[in-house]
Design a protein around this ligand. Structure first.
Ligand code: URA
Length: 189
């Protein structure tokens, strides 16, 4: 496994990180991946959304959240009142796990320097964790309450809300999600 420090990655800038991700063979997912899925949106965002892992559509295109869950994410972003310059979208891990299984801890850890370097470069005010996998990467086993913000090192605020895919099969959650968003608008407005 390559030894990469976050600060070395940050020094390389967005293009350098992208190249390192494309060339990465640090976990078994590189054997099955089609396209690594790196980011979309602003490079100077107030809000960064962190998903779980690429699915089939993302693996085919290399674009995060470009399938059905992405439609729900777009709806959430509209509801939050954010426009294109305000946000970026990244994933906890950059390669699709076979059959969309949950990412393994070892895969999350292998990808973590990339995630941390992306966050440092994007430097958002608010990091929205879309579900439990993103939380695992940021909170080291500690649990956040859904919709209860936590300020980290006075630098940024973490907020965990439901993953947009969870809203596909549980429509009743949409109202709950909207309530979580409504009670946190002050964080990005
Ligand atoms: N789900 C995710 O967590 N990320 C994507 O990019 C697509 C679906």
């Amino acid at each position: 496994m390559a030894i990469r420090t976050v600060s070395e990655l940050v020094k390389q800038g967005f293009e350098g990180i992208e190249k390192e991700i494309v060339e990465c063979t640090d976990c078994q997912l590189h054997e099955t991946v089609t396209n690594r899925v790196i980011s979309k949106g602003s490079r100077n965002p107030r809000v960064v959304f962190v998903g779980e892992a690429p699915g089939k559509n993302e693996d085919e295109t290399g674009i995060p959240f470009c399938g059905r869950a992405g439609k729900n994410l777009d709806g959430m972003i509209d509801y939050m009142g954010l426009s294109g310059d305000d946000y970026a979208v990244i994933n906890t891990i950059k390669c699709r796990p076979p059959k969309n299984r949950n990412p393994l801890k070892s895969e999350i850890n292998a990808c973590k320097p990339f995630l941390q370097a992306q966050i440092e470069l994007l430097d958002p005010k608010v990091i929205i964790l879309l579900g439990n996998t993103a939380e695992k990467a940021f909170c080291d086993g500690e649990k956040l309450e859904w919709g209860v913000p936590r300020i980290v090192n006075g630098k940024y605020t973490l907020l965990k809300i439901y993953h947009p895919a969870a809203l596909i099969y549980q429509r009743s959650r949409i109202e709950e999600q909207n309530n979580l968003i409504d009670s946190n608008r002050h964080l990005w407005e």
